[in-house]
Design a protein around this ligand. Sequence first.
Ligand code: THU
Ligand code: ZN
Length: 296
Amino acid sequence: MHPRFTTAFATLDNSLQQALKPVLDDPNFTAILQPETLQHLMTATGLDGDALALALLPLAASCAVTPISHFNVGAIARGVSGRWYFGANMEFSGATMQQTVHAEQSAITHAWLSGEEKLAAITVNYTPCGHCRQFMNELNSGLSLTVCLPDHPPRTLADYLPAAFGPADLNIHSVLMDINDQQFVPQGDPLTQAAIRAASLSYAPYSAAYSGVALQTRDGKIYAGRYAENAAYNPSLPPLQSALILLNIRGGDCTDIQRAVLAESDDAALLQHSATQTTLAALGCQHLDSVRLTRT
Ligand code: THU
Ligand code: ZN
């Protein structure tokens, strides 16, 4: 298994350890649990879904990268497909606080980038901050998303975000995780194409400044991330963060990025380029290429 799991794995109950070991030992494990695996884990441990998700949180939290706080938050986004997606917080030394990724954003983005179309629930090891509650209110699950926390009964997002402000206040009704394809024309090498495709699938209903980032690590792997806006603007997730979430959760190292491509329109109302370049530089990557988006 990935060395980041070793310590947390040792703290799990014996029955869970036994059932989970082959899953984590699979070299193709990408921090997603399939419905059949979850069924097997529930049978082997006697835990129901909510209890199993809570029991797995130490593993999700062990994916955190927290050089500043050393406070590891783990989240599991539970899709309507029955798949569960790990997420963990990420901090970037040498960048700004605003570049931080919360565990909830990581798990949700992991699910979205993996093709999940809607979430049923999210399980987190700490109470979600206001920023995450607002971020979650952009999802197509709406206020009925179930939020599961240790030491609290499951509640809905509506309970955690009363008198909510959301997309409908700005007249937006096709929201985050709904499928929207801008169909920008693919071009260039595989990394550039991945960035363009991510921009096509990005969510920018407030600015129309669609964007995507693709990262290539030294081992040749490609990770593409999509921009995700928020009705309240500030909890928006930049496309670089989205790509870094995928890289990290799949077991890659964010300091191992060889080349990055940002796809955006140079006449857009918002530009990601300078923030992307600065955060990449903090991670030791100086090689950022840009590609403009075109429609046929
Ligand atoms: N954090 C989360 O990941 N989720 C929350 O909702 C609370 C805060 C992270 C952000 C930062 O990396 C660390 O915990 C300290 O706030
Ligand atoms: Zn948060």
